[in-house]
Design a protein around this ligand. Structure first.
Ligand code: P6P
Length: 338
């Protein structure tokens, strides 16, 4: 595969498929540049006075890490002036951030989790930035939170940057999934994987096992069957991975297959799950589907869910399609039995 830059990839996608308008290309390049700046801050660690907590809380009621706040500010400042966006939404901000009047407003809406996996920052484990791009569909002047409440299948683009042994940008604009590796010597994003494909089957699951006693029966059944191994109903042994950074777990699944579950559990029965729909589940679901996998909330396709609020949570089962399908069938059987 020819090693080309992100810019050349986007120009060629536009030339071949003609569906990356100039504003969307500019948006993606600006987000990619912002991720480079975040990578530099993350990589400084203790040398950059960026570790530890910021002594503030976000809308989720979580104590913010300094790097959460820094990453959020980098993305806001990088995207305000370009004329490609109408507004932004972030896990770290209660309400949307409308592009100030001193700048032209564009047709896109950008949503992001600026630094996902914060609990791993201070112990040097991979973390990441997740982003989702929607079009502002209403032609009313101005922009409100309601403009963001679109199902994930309407995304124009989605991706993440994983800050790990390599810094990688993973992107879809609806024509498959491409992976770019940051060349720190030149500062360029270089195409290193194209047409990423997830195997339909796997022997690897990712779930936080310490929550087992809180899961609903179908999830418990699915994991018990995996743990039963060769002698059990699955007829094969499984391996388990759990990084506690969604970006790292999803990157592994895009790279070699697997299934990731963060299901509803009875600790917070009134919440559908822990992860956020708009800027975690939706972008990851778009990438997973574009790579031939499936992404559901255990019952229905995540990309079909019509959001009712910006920081809505959701259960997530995603990855190798035959495994996701098995979880869906277990939920369906449980529903049929009631
Ligand atoms: P737990 C990180 O805080 C995150 O939102 C995801 O990146 C990750 O998959 C999950 O939470 C980890 O949750 O409960 O295992 O710490």
């Amino acid at each position: 595969m020819k090693r080309i830059s992100l810019t050349q990839y986007l120009v060629e996608q536009q030339r071949e498929h003609g569906h990356i308008p100039a504003q969307l290309r500019l948006l993606i390049e600006i987000v990619a540049r912002a991720c480079k700046r975040i990578a530099i801050a993350v990589n400084k660690g203790a040398l950059g006075e960026v570790l530890g907590s910021a002594d503030t809380e976000n809308v989720q009621g979580e104590v913010q890490k300094k790097l959460d706040v820094i990453s959020n500010e980098v993305l806001i400042e990088a995207n305000e002036w370009g004329g490609h966006l109408a507004a932004m939404a972030s896990e770290e901000m209660d309400t949307i951030h409308v592009v100030p009047n001193r700048y032209p407003q564009g047709e896109y809406l950008l949503l992001f989790d600026p630094l996902d996996g914060s609990s791993n920052i201070d112990v040097n484990v991979s973390i990441g930035t997740i982003f989702s791009v929607l079009r502002k569909v209403t032609n009313t002047r101005g922009v409100s939170e309601e403009d963001f409440l679109q199902p994930g299948k309407q995304q124009a683009a989605a991706g993440y940057c994983v800050y790990g042994p390599q810094t990688m940008l993973v992107l879809t604009v609806g024509e498959g999934v491409a992976m770019f590796t940051l060349d720190r010597e030149t500062g360029s994003w270089v195409l290193t994987e194209n047409e990423v494909t997830i195997p339909a089957d796997t022997k690897e699951f990712a779930i936080n096992m310490s929550n087992m006693r809180h899961w609903a029966p179908p999830v418990r059944q699915y994991i018990d069957d995996c743990l039963a191994g060769k002698e059990g109903p699955r007829g094969k042994d499984f391996n388990m991975r759990w990084v506690a950074s969604m970006v790292a777990d999803v990157h592994r699944i895009l790279s070699r297959g697997g299934v990731f579950l963060y299901p509803w559990d009875k600790r917070e029965p009134d919440k559908p799950g822990k992860l956020r729909l708009m800027y975690e589940a939706n972008p990851m679901a778009f990438l997973i589907e574009q790579a031939g996998g499936q992404a559901t909330n255990g019952r229905q396709r995540i990309l079909d869910i019509v959001p009712t609020k910006l920081h809505e949570r959701v259960s997530v089962v995603l990855g190798s399609k035959n495994e996701v399908q098995r979880v869906t069938e277990l939920h369906q059987a449980a529903a049929d039995a009631t």
